[in-house]
Structures are given as C-alpha cells and as structure tokens.
Design a protein around this ligand. Structure first.
Ligand SMILES: Cc1cc2nc3c(=O)[nH]c(=O)nc-3n(C[C@H](O)[C@H](O)[C@H](O)COP(=O)(O)O)c2cc1C
Length: 367
C-alpha cells in the first residue's frame, strides 16, 4: 500500500492551493526575444515542467524595467506585449495542472550584460541606460560604478514593481515572488557590503530593509488579498560584514507584516569572491530557522536533488515548499518520478493525451 508523502500534500497560500510542495526554482534562460518578450522556448520549457508534475512553476527573474534586466536575453514585464506572451505561458502551466508563478526583480548594479554564452560582457551605458544601486560601488573590479539612487529613483522602482505585479496578476499568475536575493538591487540595499548610504535607506538594518518593505507593501496593495506573495532572500552573504541569519529573521518578520506569505531562502552573490560551502541541502537550515523564529512559511532551495531528501525537508517541517533548480533542467519529470519513488497517493495526474503510456502497466510504473 502506498504511503502518504508530505511532499505530495497540498499547500494553501491565501486563495491559492499548490497541489504539492515541489516548485520549479526561478532560472534565467537568457532566451528572450527583443525587448524582453517571452518566446516559444519559454512556453515549452515551463509548460513541460508543469506537465512533469511540479505543483508550482516559477518563471525566471522577470525585470520590472528595461535597465533592470541582468542581460539582454532576460524577460521583462513593463509593457503589453510582454504581458501577452507571459499570459500564454501562465495558461499552459495551469492547463497542465500546476500553479503559475512569476519572479519579479531588478538587477541594480549587476545589470546590463550580454548573455553568458556571449561572454557576459558589459553593454555600453548609452545603449542600456543607467545601472542603479544604493551606492556607487561596482560589483567587482573592472565593472563600472553604478549610479547612487535618488529619492525619485527609489519611488520609481517601488512603482515599477507594483505595476509589473499588476500585469502579472492580469496575465494569470497566482504566485508572485519578489527577487530580493543573489546580489541584485534589493539585496544590494539589504547588505552593508553594497549599501553605504547614510540616509533613511541605509545606516542600520531598518534603513537597509526599507526598500524591500516598501516594495512588498506596494505589491501587496496592488495585487489584493488572494494572490500569494513570496520573497527570495539571500539569508546570509558568506562574507565578513555581510547580512547575517539573525538579521534575515528580522527582515522576514517585517516582510510578513508587509504582506509576504513565504520566504524563499537562498544565500550569497552580493560580492565577488565569497566562500560558499555548497553541499547537499546546504541552505535548508536557513529555511528551518526563519520558519521557526520569524513565524512565516519558508521555501528551501539549493542542492536538493533526491525525492527522499525533498520529502524529509517537508515531513520534518523544516520548510513548507522545496524548490528544485538544476535537477529540473536535467529532468522536467523530476516531480512525477519522485511521486513514483515515494509511492505517493497524490501523484500528479498524467496529462490525458499521455495516458496510453501507462495503461495495463504495473502500478509501480504508473506515472
Ligand atoms: C541557469 C540558472 C539560472 C538561474 N536564475 C535564477 C533566477 O532567475 N532567479 C533566482 O532567484 N535564482 C536563479 N538561479 C538559482 C536557482 O533558482 C537555485 O536557487 C539554485 O540553482 C540552487 O538550486 P539547485 O541546486 O536546485 O539548482 C538560477 C540557477 C541556474 C542554474
């Protein structure tokens, strides 16, 4: 008899029910058409991972402004053409039985590069626009210094997030994740390693968190009470003088008060040359601590590759959701195979046109 697997139990976030606890982690594909519009590649890529049984399928980081893209191959969501292309993807993900999610972000000083396979080269400012940041500090030696944001720039970025969130809801996304991690704009504000401001957006933890909290509150006000809102944090910076876990617990509490429902716990990438002790499940402790101490739901991510490890994270209540990145690139059917391996009752239903594949076969292979 098959056992009930916690990995395959539903998760309710406001009016949204994820059919299981497996999310496709946001991953840049650097394959957008001109002007940040999603292509057929994104439709097939995200649609097949939804058919593969994940409960939640996140898009890659989608920029709220043109100059907020990491590269010229990134998706954007600041105009109607981008919204229409993303709406088609949201429809396909939902039709395959998964909940469509979108990650919104702004690259700040890490923006304006060519795609990795074109060398990740800087694109000249007169073509790209300004690189915005809390302080005029380049990400690494040899990179250009960004522009220190003015009060008007800060207001614009908050409004840009709210406008893109509105477009995301109108495009059919039920879950929005704010990308406050990996050294991009909001993480640059959160980290004392990138934020040297002496005004209300710097100085202490409250000041460094002000932009994050303002964006979360503005997005929540725009999307209403039913849509689920997540925030991805780099919970620690892995560098001396950087963000600490204790600080991230406090930031998570403030974000919860601003309307965030789940903290997706990642780490690092605000400075070059950090020492990251990567190993299987190496970020799960962060999700566990934030869940217990900030009293908010969490997502665990990072080198979670096996069904049994993913199931244990949920069963042991160390996180509420697991996000799978590279393993999903290797195998879009990762979730379906995990259900078989765990003998889960609630295996995601196979798309109807595929069902001839399992008729009259042994129960063990019924995925
Ligand atoms: C190709 C690629 C692109 C990524 N792009 C993003 C992104 O857009 N947003 C984000 O928050 N994380 C991004 N990440 C990080 C993943 O979401 C994930 O946190 C990381 O790969 C660790 O999980 P894993 O060990 O399961 O791959 C990316 C990772 C990869 C491999």
């Amino acid at each position: 008899m098959s056992s009930v697997s916690h990995l395959f139990s539903p998760l309710e976030l406001r009016a949204v029910t994820l059919p299981n606890r497996i999310g496709v982690s946001p991953m840049c594909m650097y394959s957008a058409g001109p002007d940040g519009v999603a292509t057929d590649f994104h439709l097939v890529h995200l649609g097949s991972r939804a058919a593969g049984g994940a409960g939640l399928v996140f898009t890659e980081a989608v920029s709220v402004t043109s100059e907020g893209r990491i590269t010229d191959g990134d998706l954007g969501l600041w105009n109607a053409a981008q919204q229409d292309a993303l709406a088609r993807i949201a429809r396909q993900v939902r039709a395959a039985g998964a909940v469509p999610g979108i990650q919104l972000g702004h690259a700040g000083r890490k923006g304006g590069r060519t795609v990795p396979w074109s060398g990740y080269e800087p694109i000249p400012a007169d073509e790209w626009g300004r690189l915005l940041a809390p302080s005029p500090l380049p990400f690494r030696d040899g990179w250009s210094a960004p522009t220190e944001m003015s009060a008007a720039d800060l207001d614009d970025v908050v409004e840009a997030h709210a406008r893109s969130a509105r477009r995301a809801v109108d495009a059919g996304f039920d879950v929005i994740e704010l990308h406050f991690a990996h050294g991009y704009l909001v993480h640059q504000f959160l980290s004392p390693l990138a934020n040297h401001r002496s005004d209300a957006y710097g100085r202490d933890l409250e000041g460094r968190s002000r932009l994050a909290v303002r964006i979360a509150a503005a997005v929540r006000a725009e999307i209403g009470e039913d849509v689920a809102l997540c925030a991805r944090l780099s919970v620690v910076d892995w560098a001396a003088g950087g963000v600490s876990l204790d600080e991230s617990v406090q930031v998570s509490r403030w974000l919860a008060d601003a309307g965030v429902d789940l903290i997706d716990c990642s780490s690092g990438a605000v400075v070059a040359g950090e020492q990251v002790p990567t190993a299987p499940l190496y970020q799960v402790d962060f999700a566990d601590r934030i869940r217990r101490e900030a009293g908010i739901r969490t997502g665990a991510v990072g080198l979670i590759t096996t069904a049994s490890d993913a199931d244990a994270v949920i069963r042991e209540e160390r996180a509420d959701l697991v996000l799978i990145g590279r393993a999903m690139l290797r195998d879009p059917y990762w979730a379906r195979l995990a259900a078989v391996e765990l003998g889960a009752d609630a295996a995601p239903p196979l798309p109807i046109p595929y069902r001839r594949a399992v008729q009259r076969m042994a129960a063990r292979t019924q995925w």
